[in-house]
Design a protein around this ligand. Structure first.
Ligand code: GLY
Ligand code: MN
Ligand code: MN
Length: 443
């Protein structure tokens, strides 16, 4: 779907999304014994002893229903048999701009009441109906005797439903990927032009048509050794002495749904450029395997096998692939998981529980793996293998009995490049998964 087709389909897709959410929620309420569900958007709080606020993002359960990721102080009520009701807060405030007016394409599915006070809906809590309330405890002066906050059995069922994305959500993530890829193209050009991390970050935002505050997570914009810092959070304004490598992990947000995309670039030909190309091949091979019924834990282990193969081929380690895996050596070079669920949260819910709610902890030695389920059609997840040269982890390896198996000259040659990660967003399907990122890249 092109951007124009997305805009044309918006009304139809959103309507079906709300129908699906209504069905799921009514079923979950019936099974857990509640008469209705209340979802609070959250309340923006100022910084300590100040009256300015950090960027606000609404509660994810609220954003799941409403394309309003920046809306505060509002309450949604879902009661079986009635149109969902929304108390939408638009404060009388001459310091700030009012929230945008409700737009017909989404507002027609709700009974919208505009209110000026952040707690104008408080009386709704007092109704004598068994009410489940989702929100932040700190936002409620009182819950009343009929409301229960974040009831676990209900949340488990709602979270489970969130693992299967609606067509609306997939369309939003496809559009988010298109915007992200526009940013990634501009970032690659800024890198080729010798820009600083900050220059590249700003080029990304301009091309993606967004500011930092509306990004689904903080852009990771890393040059040279910084590529080894998994969630590198600084953006240096000074240009480094030379440009060797560039890793950018940056997404986009469309109506509250996220893209989460990483690309790595080499400044010129050589061993690191070859490693990036080989990682790209591995990543695409893995992405094509995001098929219904597969175990994501097994796919994570396939990624480790692929990394072992790269370590062998690039002369980093002399051991066989099986011996490397047996010894756990690849974990020095790939210390994070293969990926995670993606949706209104970048690391979306229910990645480590079975459909019946039982815990599915990650395997021993792989604590960072955020997704341990068997895949289902309609899951949306990231596929993000990496291979890094992280000084603290390499120091541990150097001190271990495995040190003799490593060619430290090759490690030293690659250390100044930091590392490589390549990340796409993929919709699981029985045969051919839909890769939203490659689709957007192909234009
Ligand atoms: N951008 C954060 C992640 O890839 O998980
Ligand atoms: Mn990412
Ligand atoms: Mn990710």
């Amino acid at each position: 779907m092109t951007a124009k087709a997305f805009s044309n389909a918006r009304e139809r897709l959103f309507g079906r999304h709300i129908e699906a959410l209504t069905r799921e929620t009514e079923r979950a309420l019936a099974q857990t014994g509640f008469d209705r569900l209340l979802i609070h958007s959250g309340h923006s709080r100022p910084r300590f002893q100040d009256d300015n606020h950090p960027p606000f993002r609404a509660h994810p359960y609220f954003v799941h229903w409403l394309p309003l990721p920046q809306q505060a102080d509002s309450l949604l009520e879902i009661a079986p048999g009635a149109r969902p009701r929304l108390w939408l807060c638009s404060p009388d405030d001459y310091w700030h701009a009012a929230p945008p007016e409700p737009e017909g394409w989404w507002a027609e599915h709700f009974e919208v009441e505009s209110v000026a006070e952040p707690e104008a809906w408080l009386h709704a809590l007092a109704e004598r109906r068994a009410s489940a309330l989702i929100g932040d405890r700190a936002d409620f002066t009182t819950l009343g005797e009929h409301a229960e906050l974040d009831p676990p059995a209900l949340l488990q069922q709602l979270d489970e439903a969130r693992t299967l994305k609606t067509d609306w959500q997939i369309a939003c993530m496809a559009e988010a990927n298109r915007r992200a890829l526009a940013g990634h193209r501009a970032a690659a050009e800024a890198f080729a032009g010798g820009g600083s991390e900050l220059d590249i970050h700003l080029a990304y935002l301009a091309a993606a048509g967004a500011d930092s505050e509306s990004m689904p997570y903080n852009n990771i914009v890393a040059l040279n050794e910084h590529c080894a810092v998994l969630h590198y959070q600084r953006r240096e304004a000074a240009r480094p002495d030379g440009h060797r490598s560039f890793l950018i992990d940056a997404g986009a947000d469309v109506y509250g749904l996220a893209a989460d995309v990483t690309r790595t670039h080499a400044a010129g030909p050589g061993l690191f450029a070859d490693l990036v190309a080989a990682m790209d091949e591995l990543q695409q091979r893995l992405a094509a395997r995001m098929q219904t019924g597969r175990s994501y834990v097994d796919l994570h282990f396939e990624a480790h096998r692929g990394v072992a193969d790269l370590l062998h081929r690039f002369g980093v380690c002399r051991m066989t692939i099986d011996a490397m895996l047996e010894a756990g050596l690849t974990r020095t070079f790939l210390p994070h998981g293969l990926g995670h669920f993606l949706g209104v949260q970048v690391h979306d819910v229910a990645g480590r529980v079975a459909p019946d709610g039982c815990a599915l902890p990650p395997p021993k030695g792989h604590a960072a793996l955020r997704l341990t389920r068997r895949l289902e059609s309609g899951n949306v997840l990231t596929v993000e293998p990496g291979l890094y040269f992280i000084p603290s982890l390499l120091a541990e390896l150097r001190d271990s009995p495995l040190s003799a198996q490593v060619d430290w000259d090759v490690v030293d040659e690659l250390l100044p490049f930091g590392g490589v990660r390549i990340e796409d967003n993929v919709v699981v399907a029985p045969e051919t998964p839909r890769n939203l990122t490659r689709e957007a890249e192909a234009g």
